[in-house]
Design a protein around this ligand. Structure first.
Ligand code: F6R
Length: 368
């Protein structure tokens, strides 16, 4: 059933282009010759969408990381304040949910105990909960007021890849829809964003095609003790996910840091030869990231940059570069994650780890 792939994880990484098409295309429709985003499952009128004052996103693990990206995209495009919480924290902190707020829970399995508890707690308090869920008919899908399915299909590998990518796509659609009904997006901008969304699957395919290059690079780090991922803004969100992928399947210790936070502690961990993966996809932050790269290199770090082709300055500053194709700055996480997934995968393979079933982890965490 692995369809010729060595592991389910690799197979599922290769299913990401399809997953994104399946999540997006049923929700982009033509009406009177105009394209619109139609999220039927939301069951909310445009007036109701306009009335949303705040969004709380609640999830665990990678789904939480998708939520962190969602915060940047929703706040940026729809100008709605967003709070993102880990479900295990949210449920015990007596969260302040105010009139007009909407709760979004994100879960691949739809069975994660803490996420389900957060959903129940929010509904008991009288708030509407939207689930972004992959498994059809799961507990979260059934109990949420509305459910937006990520059509990724069954995910077998414990480390999520395609469901995570589908969660990002679902959040982009939601952010664009909200921005549009709130009058914050011109038709031109909307059309441009739709065009960029449409390109993502092919661009992901292209990045997957670089797997040998990434494997060769990963093979140099099979004995690494620590690896750091740094980024700013939305690139910080993808650093979190890249770091989680690596540590969960390869057992190499890794941390993600907001690049501006390095000086406040982490930089003391950088030694001669330490690998620092620097994600830099946001043009207005290129310069700031270069300063951070220079800082870690001065302490002996080896820097792999994940960046846009136009960013020649970062190429000069770092030791190794992976380029991602051109897209809207809000969508770069969908592309930057591909080399990071491949890197984690090949470090794990090279170390002889059980990639699809990492020790101590379960696909669906149904206990607290
Ligand atoms: C990471 C991973 C976990 C899950 C987390 C939430 O690769 O698989 O961190 O993302 O356990 O699971 P769901 O999405 O099923 O609620």
């Amino acid at each position: 059933e692995k369809a010729g792939y060595e592991h389910f994880m690799l197979k599922e990484m290769y299913e990401q282009p399809r997953t994104i098409v399946d999540t997006i295309s049923p929700r982009v429709r033509d009406r009177n010759g105009e394209r619109e985003i139609h999220i039927e499952e939301l069951n909310m009128t445009d007036d109701e969408l306009r009335a949303i004052k705040k969004i709380h996103i609640v999830a665990c693990g990678s789904a939480y990381h998708a939520g962190v990206t969602g915060k940047y995209v929703l706040e940026g495009l729809a100008r709605i304040p967003v709070e993102v919480d880990l479900a295990s924290e949210f449920r015990y902190r007596n969260p302040l949910l105010e009139e007009g707020c909407m709760v979004i829970v994100i879960s691949q399995s739809g069975e994660t105990a803490d996420t389900l508890a957060a959903l129940r707690e929010s509904r008991e308090k009288g708030f509407q909960v939207l689930g972004i869920v992959n498994v059809v008919g799961s507990s979260i899908a059934r109990e949420a007021d509305a459910c937006l399915y990520t059509w990724a299909g069954p995910e077998i590998a414990v480390a999520t890849t395609k469901a995570y990518s589908a969660q990002l796509a679902a959040l982009y659609l939601l952010a664009m829809k909200l921005a549009k009904v709130r009058g914050l997006m011109s038709d031109r901008e909307f059309t441009a964003l739709l065009a960029d969304l449409k390109c993502l699957p092919d661009q992901i395919e292209l990045l997957l095609g670089q797997k040998q290059k990434i494997q060769r690079f990963a093979n140099r780090y099979l004995g690494a003790r620590d690896i750091f991922f740094i980024g700013r803004g939305i690139d910080y969100a993808i650093s979190l996910e890249g770091s989680l992928k690596l540590k969960e399947i390869s057992y190499v210790h890794s941390e993600a840091y907001a690049a501006g936070e390095l000086k406040h502690g982490t930089i003391s961990l950088i030694e001669d030869g330490t690998l620092v993966v620097a994600v830099s996809t946001q043009p207005e932050l290129y310069q700031k990231m270069i300063s951070n790269i220079v800082e870690v290199k001065a302490r002996g770090a080896f820097v792999m940059a994940v960046t846009n082709e136009e960013n020649k300055a970062v190429e000069k500053a770092s030791d190794y570069v992976v380029y991602i194709p051109q897209t809207n700055p809000y969508f770069t996480n969908s592309l930057a994650i591909i080399p990071l997934q491949l890197f984690a995968y090949y470090v794990a393979v090279g170390r002889g780890c059980d990639v699809d079933k990492p020790r101590n982890l379960a696909k669906s965490v149904t206990v607290e």
